[in-house]
Design a protein around this ligand. Structure first.
Ligand code: EPU
Length: 348
């Protein structure tokens, strides 16, 4: 199925265990570390949708590997970061898809370009960030996004996606649909952010506000907010280098107002957040905790003791163990609350 004349930079039978933050064992039949768009051009000749499988890997921090990957894994390692432009209202900052997200955020803050501080310490790469529209502490990537460049493996074209074209939603974008991400068709090569000069601190989120108050900071600058966010995340979320995980394992479910009202009548403590369309977002972590899964294991995997929304690998887990726990949690939350939880990571 794969021709013999693949470029030299394509490795065979590559180990992916260290390349996914859940540390699941898996091998890729073919693997290529991509450091420039020229390599994608070479590989485009071999792209055949539905026939040969391509998959793009960033930091592997939002990925569940169910088993070996019978295809070509493109590991994005395109580097570089620069001020791409500036006007009266904003700085436009561009970074290569392979840049580490947190390092990039820290770099923008060191240059005195505020705006990404609430998204500090999110695991993963710059190129993966728009795919699931990363968000935390009252800010989503979409609010700071300007445009991205992607290489179309099917046509060989370089395509620009602006904010409208990305169709951002809650942990969602156009790249999660049409199979574009899973079949590796559009490979994001760089992302440009728009950082408004009229900066205002976003400190509504209770955990961040409490952390700033504890530090006696009343009018924080962007770096101080970034530091507070890092402290809150370190306290609540496990470091994947020590306890393998993919961050939040489920989306916070968004339900019709009538369903939320029924649940709130019997569970007044249920955290809920009104959405612009009148529906309500519920806290999945709370539902999972109430269903008895906080700090509980099933085999070698479990729901984290300090944040029930995070699934952790206690050591030696496989993709099948992750799926078994996911189904058990979904079943118990559905039985107790009638709410369906959908997983956040991509399954491969
Ligand atoms: N809660 C519980 N028990 C738990 C966890 C949470 O009762 O075990 C309650 C909390 O007390 C709080 C509410 O649920 O009232 C929300 O919890 P938290 O503030 O920790 O945030 P989250 O909704 O669980 C979301 C994002 C996180 C992001 C935080 C902070 C999703 C799926 N998750 O979590 O994003 O860091 O808000 O903004 O939207 C990620 O996507 O990987 C991620 C970590």
């Amino acid at each position: 199925m794969w021709p013999a004349n693949l470029p030299d930079f394509v490795e065979r039978e590559a180990d992916l265990a260290l390349r996914n933050t859940l540390a699941l064992p898996a091998r890729a039949a073919l693997y290529a570390r991509i450091t420039g768009a020229g390599q994608l051009e070479e590989l485009a000749d071999f792209y055949a949708p539905g026939d040969r499988r391509f998959f793009t890997l960033g930091g592997g921090s939002n990925l569940v590997l169910s088993g070996d990957v019978d295809g070509l894994v493109l590991h994005m390692a395109i580097c570089g970061r620069e001020l791409a432009g500036e006007d009266a209202d904003a700085w436009y900052v561009r970074a290569g898809a392979g840049e580490n997200w947190h390092d990039f955020v820290q770099w923008t803050l060191a240059q005195s370009w505020p705006g990404l501080e609430n998204l500090a310490l999110i695991p993963g790469t710059v190129g993966a960030a728009p795919i699931q529209n990363i968000g935390a502490y009252g800010l989503e990537l979409a609010e700071r996004f300007h445009a991205l460049t992607a290489f179309d493996m099917q046509t060989g074209d370089i395509v620009r996606f602006d904010r409208t074209a990305c169709c951002f939603g809650y942990r969602d974008s156009v790249f999660k649909h049409h199979g574009w991400h899973l079949d590796g068709r559009f490979v994001i090569t760089d992302v440009t952010f728009r950082l408004p000069k009229a900066w205002a601190p976003l400190t509504r989120y209770a955990d961040v506000a409490a952390e700033l108050a504890a530090r006696n900071i009343i009018t924080p600058d962007a770096r101080q907010i970034g530091d507070a966010v890092v402290a809150v995340r370190r306290r609540k979320l496990p470091d994947p280098a020590q306890i393998p995980n993919t961050g939040s394992f489920f989306h916070n479910p968004v339900v019709e107002a009538a369903i939320a009202e029924r649940l709130l009548a019997s569970h007044p403590g249920l955290p809920h957040y009104p959405q612009p369309d009148g529906r309500l977002k519920l806290a999945a972590g709370w539902l999972i905790e109430q269903a008895g899964w906080k700090g509980r294991d099933l085999g070698p995997v479990g729901m984290y003791e300090k944040q029930a929304l995070v699934l952790v690998n206690r050591g030696g887990a496989t993709g099948a163990d992750v799926v078994a726990l996911m189904k058990a949690v979904q079943r118990d939350v559905a039985e107790k609350f009638g709410v369906e939880l959908t997983p956040e990571p991509v399954f491969l």
